[in-house]
Ligand binder design. Structure first.
Ligand code: ADP
Ligand code: SF4
Ligand code: MG
Length: 330
């Protein structure tokens, strides 16, 4: 089978925040790629650098204090970080879209949702207001907002959290992007609504054959929709694998810990496992393996030498000196 073309190829990305307290190394050599029709889940505890990586890709990094200090962001083979401003804006405006966790602060509170959706078409495609409104209604239908024809005149606060998130998805879809980055798109929602919104996103991704980067701290949410997973810790990818493989046989103790801390129906009543300790302060990342203070398997080697991303199997890698033992124990 022919491999689908890579859309987004992030290579060895570095981002730091220069703050009064010192330099926080938020992203320390992240590489990942996404092809058309593919879903990559980026997983990790809060503060691991998931959002900052996405912000650097989208060109919306809070700068200063944030600076990209190395690496490349290739979109269809061209580096977004070095291309001309005009070209870059065009690519990011039309070909890449982003969905955020909090629709209420991303949507304009004083504009009707119809006007906001329609504006996309007026500004980017030069449509008349009337045509743009008609397209807005179509889009709202497409993301299954009931009574779209009437609701197009409502304001964001008049919608429920789940419906607002559908509007965000509609906004992202409007210009038929090649790639969507969704940053914790369902985290603020109730569990049942979460599943509905996630299913909708997955369905649209397939229909439009888009690439999707799905950022989450919740392994449970992405199991059914992702093709592959990149697990982040302290600004690095520590394990990457096809989703089924990673669930069945993790090759990194941190991934193992994340899996063990998912509530399971067959273990009702049992105390839930939690990874001990806290993620590191990014101003002072531990030497050697950044996970060593929390890792049940840590040795002196882990405290002195930083593990590279070892190739485990085709399509799999783990940044653990003891990946083989970890894999065998799984
Ligand atoms: N605006 C900012 N100013 C200073 N530091 C920041 C800023 N945004 C992010 N950081 C640093 O980057 C780290 C990673 O943040 P982020 O990518 O948002 O984590 P997450 O994985 O939860 O999305 C944070 O823990 C923080 O140290
Ligand atoms: S390298 Fe050592 S400390 Fe790091 S995850 Fe592997 S066993 Fe644990
Ligand atoms: Mg985040």
């Amino acid at each position: 089978m022919e491999q689908p073309a890579t859309l987004l190829d992030v290579r060895d990305l570095h981002v730091e925040f220069r703050t009064r307290d010192g330099v926080a190394k938020a992203v320390n050599g992240v590489s990942y790629s996404v092809a058309a029709g593919e879903t990559l889940a980026v997983l990790g505890e809060s503060g691991s650098g998931k959002s900052v990586t996405a912000q650097a890709v989208m060109g919306i990094l809070d700068s200063p204090p944030g600076f990209v200090t190395g690496g490349e962001v290739l979109f269809r083979g061209r580096n977004l970080l070095t291309m001309g401003e005009e070209h870059r804006r065009r690519v990011r405006g039309a070909k890449l879209a982003m969905i955020f966790q909090d629709a209420l602060s991303s949507l304009n509170p004083v504009m009707t949702v119809g006007a906001q959706l329609g504006e996309m078409y007026e500004v980017h495609q030069g449509m008349t207001r009337k045509d743009a409104r008609a397209r807005a209604v179509q889009l709202m239908d497409r993301v299954r907002i009931p009574a779209a024809k009437e609701r197009v005149r409502d304001y964001p606060h008049q919608f429920s959290g789940g419906m607002r998130q559908r509007i965000m998805i509609a906004m992202a879809l409007a210009l038929e992007p090649d790639l969507i980055i969704a940053d914790e798109p369902t985290t603020a929602l109730d569990v049942t609504v979460q599943a509905q919104v996630m299913d909708l996103l997955a369905e649209l991704q397939r229909e439009y054959n888009m690439g999707l980067v799905l950022i989450t701290h919740d392994l449970g949410v992405v199991a059914d929709v992702a093709d592959k997973i990149a697990v982040m810790y302290a600004g690095r990818i520590v394990e990457t694998a096809p989703v089924g493989e990673l669930y069945k046989r993790p090759a990194h103790p941190y991934t193992r810990g994340l899996l063990d801390s998912i509530p399971r129906l067959d273990q009702k009543g049992q105390e839930l496992y939690a990874i001990k300790g806290l993620p590191p302060n990014l101003l002072h990342i531990p030497t050697g393996c950044a996970f060593n203070p929390r890792c049940p398997k840590a040795t002196d080697l882990c405290r002195s030498d930083r593990p590279p991303l070892y190739a485990v199997e085709p399509g799999r890698a783990s940044a653990c000196h003891f990946w083989k033992e970890t894999l065998d124990e799984s």
